[in-house]
Design a protein around this ligand. Structure first.
Ligand SMILES: *[C@@H]1O[C@H](CO)[C@@H](O)[C@H](O)[C@H]1NC(C)=O
Ligand SMILES: *[C@@H]1O[C@H](CO)[C@@H](O)[C@H](O)[C@H]1NC(C)=O
Ligand SMILES: *[C@@H]1O[C@H](CO)[C@@H](O)[C@H](O)[C@H]1NC(C)=O
Ligand SMILES: *[C@@H]1O[C@H](CO)[C@@H](O)[C@H](O)[C@H]1NC(C)=O
Ligand SMILES: *[C@@H]1O[C@H](CO)[C@@H](O)[C@H](O)[C@H]1NC(C)=O
Ligand SMILES: *[C@@H]1O[C@H](CO)[C@@H](O)[C@H](O)[C@H]1NC(C)=O
Ligand SMILES: *[C@@H]1O[C@H](CO)[C@@H](O)[C@H](O)[C@H]1NC(C)=O
Ligand SMILES: *[C@@H]1O[C@H](CO)[C@@H](O)[C@H](O)[C@H]1NC(C)=O
Ligand SMILES: *[C@@H]1O[C@H](CO)[C@@H](O)[C@H](O)[C@H]1NC(C)=O
Ligand SMILES: *[C@@H]1O[C@H](CO)[C@@H](O)[C@H](O)[C@H]1NC(C)=O
Length: 379
């Protein structure tokens, strides 16, 4: 609850607030940071946005049709976004909506592309991810769409990502074997996919997935997850930190204590290099305006990752400072109303409880075109 008031500023106010901070000192960059890329890198710089397919179907009033997908893609493209990461679970409508999304991207002929991001936590709700049926499901989904002309290709292979899954065995003895034999090196997919999971494991363990990971997606890099009252060294009294009585300068001083860094990215990049034995593999990181969720039991999901200024401006600056180390920036998210980090229009099937913090709160001002274009300019 700590910083809720500033989280819920309207997008217009947020935009002004964030712009005001552009002029501030850029955080120190680590002079020891090495250039990771050679000039011959064949991996493009892109900005993509996470699109939750789970909110596009199911028989609600917000079900998507092809036009809805086309409108989203046209809008996203106009903001400099190159692709949607289609976050998929295992809903009855998953295939139908994924097919519509691929078709919409094909019809538009903008060069806007899509790729699958297998949400292993969501898939685990329908399948047990330690069972080979999960492997069958994700292989089927991947091979159904990887040849479509709107598929995002990296080095002529279909980009496929995940969120979570690093503990899933997919029916094998270990997660390492499972992801190798049942997915990345399975004859159906071998040499056809470019696999960039967000495995939710310590980067030191990436090395175990040598031969599986072609790249890494640092899903959690967007958020300062350890910004707690204690961490600020102020006081345990949340009342003092409520934000309500604090000036912007006081909040800045407080957040400044945390010195936002590229540390998490560095660790992922190093773990990836260890796993792939090169410094050329695809590194995808993330940017998000904030994260707020409050679902009652049984879901009982209550989290807030603070929405201080660095999330927009300093995070983007941080990435741009390290631009040669990052290939793809994934915006979290286009439409995740449940976690309140949607940056696209309010549409689709909004989770019922999330209506309280979604309806009336347009976040479209959070799509910062100048940063997007600066990071990944179009020809
Ligand atoms: C799958 O197995 C791993 C151990 O490899 C375990 O940590 C995890 O909890 C299991 N997941 C499920 C859904 O049973
Ligand atoms: C995927 O599964 C469906 C339903 O079982 C099947 O009709 C289809 O042929 C499978 N596709 C691929 C590419 O395996
Ligand atoms: C994955 O497994 C490791 C080791 O068993 C465990 O420490 C970790 O909490 C697990 N993570 C998840 C998301 O289940
Ligand atoms: C992100 O962080 C949350 C909270 O610590 C954790 O539960 C989740 O597994 C992480 N996800 C990934 C993909 O790293
Ligand atoms: C990468 O490998 C180096 C050398 O073996 C090791 O010192 C480092 O801890 C590893 N880093 C990660 C994140 O795996
Ligand atoms: C990764 O490998 C190291 C040693 O190579 C081992 O200690 C660790 O348990 C492995 N982790 C996983 C998640 O398999
Ligand atoms: C905060 O810090 C104090 C003193 O260091 C400690 O006693 C307390 O357990 C911490 N609270 C939390 C929630 O970590
Ligand atoms: C927060 O986490 C990051 C990344 O793990 C770490 O570098 C930083 O020191 C942590 N900050 C605090 C205040 O604990
Ligand atoms: C933040 O940076 C300032 C200036 O470099 C330094 O004095 C301070 O100790 C840092 N704070 C943390 C929590 O690392
Ligand atoms: C990656 O680049 C770093 C810094 O230039 C270098 O120290 C490291 O050896 C490289 N790693 C690999 C696997 O090439």
């Amino acid at each position: 609850m700590l910083f809720l008031p500033s989280c819920l500023l309207s997008a217009g106010v947020v935009a002004t607030f964030a712009f005001a901070l552009v002029a501030r000192a850029v955080p120190n960059t680590d002079a020891s940071v090495q250039t990771r890329r050679s000039l011959e890198s064949t991996i493009p710089k892109l900005v993509v946005a996470r699109h939750l397919v789970g909110l596009t179907g199911g028989g609600g009033s917000g079900d998507y049709v092809k036009d809805t997908w086309e409108n989203d893609m046209t809008l996203a493209f106009s903001k400099g976004i190159d692709a949607f990461a289609l976050s998929v679970g295992a809903d009855g409508f998953t295939h139908q909506q994924v097919d519509l999304a691929y078709t919409a991207a094909e019809n538009l002929r903008l060069g806007f592309t899509v790729f699958l991001s297998l949400d292993m936590d969501a898939i685990d709700l329908s399948y047990n991810c330690n069972d080979s049926s999960t492997a069958d499901y994700i292989r089927n989904l991947t091979s159904t769409y990887m040849g479509r002309s709107s598929q995002l290709l990296i080095n002529n292979k279909a980009l496929v990502s995940t969120v979570s899954g690093g503990n899933c065995t997919l029916g094998a003895d270990t997660p390492t074997k499972g992801w190798a034999t049942q997915f990345a090196q399975h004859p159906d997919l071998l040499e056809r996919i470019y696999f960039v999971p967000a495995f939710a494991i310590d980067p030191e363990s990436f090395v175990n997935f040598s031969g599986v990971m072609n790249g890494d997606f640092n899903f959690n890099a967007s958020w300062q997850m350890n910004l707690t009252a204690n961490a600020t060294g102020y006081s345990e009294d949340l009342g003092q930190l409520s934000g309500l009585g604090m000036t912007v300068q006081q909040q800045d001083a407080l957040f400044g204590l945390l010195n936002y860094t590229f540390d998490s990215d560095e660790r992922h990049i190093q773990g990836l290099a260890n796993a792939t034995h090169n410094n050329q593999s695809l590194y995808m990181t993330s940017v998000s305006p904030w994260f707020f969720t409050h679902f009652e039991p049984p879901l009982d999901k209550n989290l807030i990752y603070d929405c201080d200024d660095h999330l927009f401006v300093r995070r983007w600056q941080n990435i741009i400072d390290h631009r040669d180390q990052v290939d793809i920036v994934q915006l979290l998210s286009w439409n995740d109303y449940g976690e309140s980090h949607y940056m696209g229009p309010i549409e689709g099937n909004i989770p019922q409880e999330a209506e309280a913090w979604t309806l009336g709160y347009d976040h479209q001002g959070t799509v910062r075109v100048h940063f997007i274009i600066f990071f990944a300019p179009r020809d």
